[in-house]
Each structure stands twice: as C-alpha cells, then as structure tokens.
Design a protein around this ligand. Structure first.
Ligand SMILES: NC(=O)c1ccc[n+]([C@@H]2O[C@H](COP(=O)([O-])OP(=O)(O)OC[C@H]3O[C@@H](n4cnc5c(N)ncnc54)[C@H](O)[C@@H]3O)[C@@H](O)[C@H]2O)c1
Length: 388
C-alpha cells in the first residue's frame, strides 16, 4: 500500500509520493501485486483493479518507457489530451518530472530496470495499456561503450515489451528509433525510403536498425501494430540520463546562456545537422499512437525539416541572448559526435499521415526551449559536461 504521508515505505516495494506523482520502486523477486498505483485523478482514492479497468474503459492509457527528455514531454502531451499515463524508468528524476508534468500530475511512475526481464514482468503485471510508447534506450556515446548492453536495452528489451504488449491486449506499440539509421551521404532530402547506413559506424545506429527490423518481423508475425519514429537530434529540457551527448551539449549551452554566462560551442558539436525541439517529437509520437491505420508496421521521420550549421546555431543564440558572448571552439571531427546530415528530412508524409503541426524552426524551437528553462525550477543537474 502507498503510505499516506508521502514517505518511503519499508519492505519490498518502496513508494515515494510527493505531490501526486506516485513512484514505485520494483525490487527484483519481491514485488508486491500491483494495487494502488493506477491513478486517473489527482484526488481520487486508491482505485481497486476493477475501478482501474473501468477507468481505462473511459480513458485510453499509455505506458511510456523512459522518463527522460522525450518520455517526459510525451507524457505531458498524452496527459493534456486526456490519456492515463504510466511512466517506467530505471532512474527517476522526481524534481525533473515535476518541472515537466507539474506538481499534481496524475501519472504513475514505476522504477524498474527494463533489461531485467523478471523484475519488469512483475512490475508491469497489472498494467493494461492501450498503447506502449518505448523511448527508453542507451543513446549514442553510452551505447558506443557497451555493445552487448546496447543490444539488451535497445533491441531485446523493445522486443520483449512488444510481446508483453500483445499478451495484455495493447493495440499499438510505438518505438523511438533514430535518423542515425540513414546513410550519411544523402543526395536529396531524407524520406523514409532514403538509403540507410551500411555498414553502421556506431553501435547505437546499428541497434536502432536492428530494433526496427526485429519489431517489423514481430509485427507481421503477431499482428501487433508497430510504428517506428526516426527523430533527428532532439533538444529540450531533459534529465540527461540515457547518454545523448548532443542533447546534453545543447542543453548545457542554452542553460549557460539563460544564466548569462559566456557560451563556447564545443569542438565535438557536428558541423551541420538537423535539430528538432522535443515537443515536436512528442507530437509525432502521439500521432503515431493515434492515427488511423490498418498497417501492422510503419516508419516515420521526425525533425524540423532544416539543417543547422554550428555557425547558424551560434547566430540564433546571439539573437536570443544579445548580452551573452557566444563563440565557436575550433572544429574537431576526430571526436565522437552526433550524425552529420547536410540534407534535411522531408516530413510531408509524417505531417499528413500523423496529423501533426508543422515542427518548429530552430529559431522557434530554441525560443520555446528557453521559455521552458525559464519556467523550470530544478536545473541543478545541468552541470559541467565531460567535454569541457
Ligand atoms: N536525444 C536525441 O538526440 C535523440 C535523437 C534521435 C533519437 N533518440 C531516441 O529517442 C529516445 C528518447 O531519447 P531521450 O533524448 O529522451 O533520452 P533520455 O536519456 O533523456 O531518456 C532515455 C531514458 O531511458 C531510460 N532508460 C535507459 N535504459 C533503461 C532501462 N534499462 N530501464 C529503464 N529505463 C531505462 C533512461 O534512464 C532515461 O531516462 C531514445 O530511444 C533515443 O534513442 C534520441
């Protein structure tokens, strides 16, 4: 049972309940049956399993893996559109979630390592989502350090989750891939049928391609509708847990500018690539979860439809922060960096099919990001990054 005073309960499952974000920490082998964590209203009493099922009949429900940058922003969007939301992560940044979701968000948070099959099965045993949105992953640099762990988290975990989704009657499985699956030497704008990379140059890109392939085969075999989203480099307010260096660097630069500190664009930042605001990727994820389709498998790009050079990025920052010094460190292509793309995505199909708003330009997206940071109250985690 969840303690009423919001404290941590001793015993096999620990609860943190500050505000209305209920957090359960699943302890392998000792998880209690799911009882009280399904919450559809901030003020409701603990619902029974029957009440939870009735609530689901009224409200669609999404299980989102990864309470990181994209998972949290997607949760906010689903909540705003009347969905019940369960978030799963192995590391919960509670204050970050409060910033994104608000103090009183009616969301259930389950803390479990999704690569632990047994603990995950127990932690999810009574969750019955209509849609699963899988954002949890090891991203870029962290994936590069450990290919076997990357295979576990970025490929095996989504497949197991899709099997679980089928077993509990979910209708759709949306999984976040990456535009890192595309070849780097595109000659025209990138559509979903543009040439893909072969051989891959990073464990991360290879793992995302493998995830798409195995989920495609699983969708055909099982009939579960699986939709892949391939985002460009995402920026926005995030907890920086999964290892995206590009996202962390962008956040660090913008936070410094917001604080009025001098900004130096680092040498590892790519010379030219596509950057997209996290809220726009969340829109694509929501569209993928809800668009009308009979296809069992589909892939969509997500991005801003424009590439940005480091110099242009610096200019946009200067325009947003006229009193802040913004300079570029000399470029160094030997550093491990995010994918380079000189051609932008063509999102005609994504926008038309998923019925999403036209994504923000870099100017509008960075302005929105700055607004988000200014209204956030827990930025202490954005500290010096390792490239410094
Ligand atoms: N950030 C980018 O630039 C970018 C670009 C393209 C695609 N993507 C993809 O988008 C998705 C979301 O990325 P993000 O930027 O929000 O990353 P993030 O690091 O902010 O969030 C990822 C979350 O997954 C969680 N996670 C990782 N392994 C886990 C495990 N074993 N069990 C439970 N939770 C686990 C992390 O703790 C983290 O909170 C990822 O799939 C990523 O590959 C990101």
């Amino acid at each position: 049972m969840r303690p009423s005073d919001g404290s941590v309960e001793s015993g096999p499952a620990m609860w943190l309940n500050r505000g209305h974000i209920a957090i359960r920490t699943a302890v392998p082998d000792e998880c209690p049956p799911w009882k009280s964590e399904f919450r559809v209203s901030p003020t409701g009493a603990e619902p029974s399993a029957k009440k939870a099922k009735e609530a689901m009949a009224r409200h669609p429900h999404v299980l989102i893996t990864g309470a990181g940058m994209l998972g949290a922003h997607a949760a906010r969007l689903f909540l705003a559109r009347g969905w019940g939301v369960t978030l799963v992560d192995r590391e919960v940044k509670e204050r970050y979630l409060q910033d994104i979701l608000g103090e009183d968000a009616p969301v259930t948070m389950i803390q479990v390592d999704l690569s632990d099959e047994h603990a995950t099965a127990q932690a999810l045993q009574d969750v019955r989502p209509d849609v699963v949105l899988n954002t949890a992953a090891l991203v870029a640099a962290r994936a590069q350090l450990d290919p076997v762990l990357t295979l576990d988290i970025n490929v095996k975990m989504p497949l197991r989750l899709a099997q679980w989704a089928t077993s509990v009657g979910a209708e759709r499985f949306v999984s976040i891939s990456s535009f890192g699956v595309y070849a780097a030497d595109q000659t025209t704008r990138i559509t979903e049928s543009s040439p893909t990379m072969s051989p891959h140059v990073s464990h991360y890109g290879a793992s995302k391609a493998a995830m798409e392939n195995i989920l495609g085969a699983y969708a055909v075999a099982s009939g579960l509708k699986c939709v892949m989203i391939r985002p460009a480099i995402i920026y926005g307010y995030g907890p920086n847990l999964g290892g995206s260096i590009a996202s962390a660097i962008l956040e660090d630069l913008v936070v410094r500018a917001v604080r009025g500190e001098a900004v130096v664009l680092p040498p590892g930042m790519t010379s030219e690539s596509e950057y997209t605001y996290v809220g726009d990727v969340a829109e694509a994820a929501f569209g993928a979860a809800t668009y009308d389709t009979d296809d069992v498998f589909a892939v969509f790009n997500a991005g801003s439809q424009q590439t940005t050079s480091t110099t242009r990025f610096a200019d946009v920052l200067r325009a947003l922060f006229p009193d802040v010094s913004v300079t570029e460190a000399p470029r160094d292509d030997t550093l491990f960096g995010p994918p380079r793309q000189q051609h932008a995505t063509d999102l005609t199909r994504t926008i038309d099919t998923l019925q999403i708003p036209v994504p923000r330009t870099i100017e509008a997206g960075l302005a929105q990001f700055v607004d988000d940071l200014r209204s956030a109250s827990h930025l202490d985690h954005v500290t010096s990054l390792s490239w410094r």
